[in-house]
Design a protein around this ligand. Structure first.
Ligand code: ATP
Ligand code: MG
Length: 147
């Protein structure tokens, strides 16, 4: 993707930073003039990815979360959320709806939510090294009838 604009931030995986990460990405995405629904989809997807870094990647520790977002001149927004935590052994299995390693306390729906609210989702991971979640949403304004 040829970026028309881009930004990057990093912050520690403390739980109060979940809302911070979501708000920063929303402020960046707002430049593409999204609908309320589109913005809400993006915030929910970012929330799920950042929460996964906090609760899974760094489990009982605190580590850095890296967010990188950019968009091109066609209105495609790409968001990358990366951690240097425990990694995922089997990404395909982890992405199955209802799969969780957290027992009763989690639903196992985070990846399913990201997948349905965004247009593209890619997850790469290296056990012991970390995980990168890349998502895209196409925010190009629809062509309206009668102009
Ligand atoms: N960043 C990550 N680092 C390490 N493991 C992860 C990461 N993200 C997800 N996982 C693994 O993938 C599983 C599925 O993630 P998903 O977000 O779909 O469900 P969940 O977090 O378990 O539950 P929910 O999101 O519904 O609260 C997790 O249980 C965890 O084992
Ligand atoms: Mg989750």
């Amino acid at each position: 993707m040829k970026a028309k604009n881009e930004m990057r931030i990093s912050f520690p995986s403390s739980s109060n930073n979940e809302a911070f990460g979501r708000a920063v990405v929303a402020a960046f995405a707002a430049q593409l003039d999204p609908t309320i629904d589109e913005l809400s989809d993006i915030k929910t997807a970012v929330s799920e990815a950042v929460t996964n870094c906090i609760v899974h990647a760094y489990r009982d520790t605190i580590g850095m979360i890296y967010i990188n977002a950019k968009y091109d001149d066609r209105g495609t927004l790409q968001i990358k959320i990366r951690d240097k935590g425990c990694g995922i052994e089997d990404v395909e299995q982890a992405m199955q709806p209802l799969f969780t390693t957290a027992g009763e306390e989690r639903a196992g729906l985070g990846f399913a939510v990201m997948e349905s609210f965004m247009d593209k989702l890619r997850v790469t991971s290296k056990p012991g090294h970390g995980t990168t979640v890349t998502m895209q949403k196409n925010l190009a304004r629809r062509v309206m009838k009668n102009g």
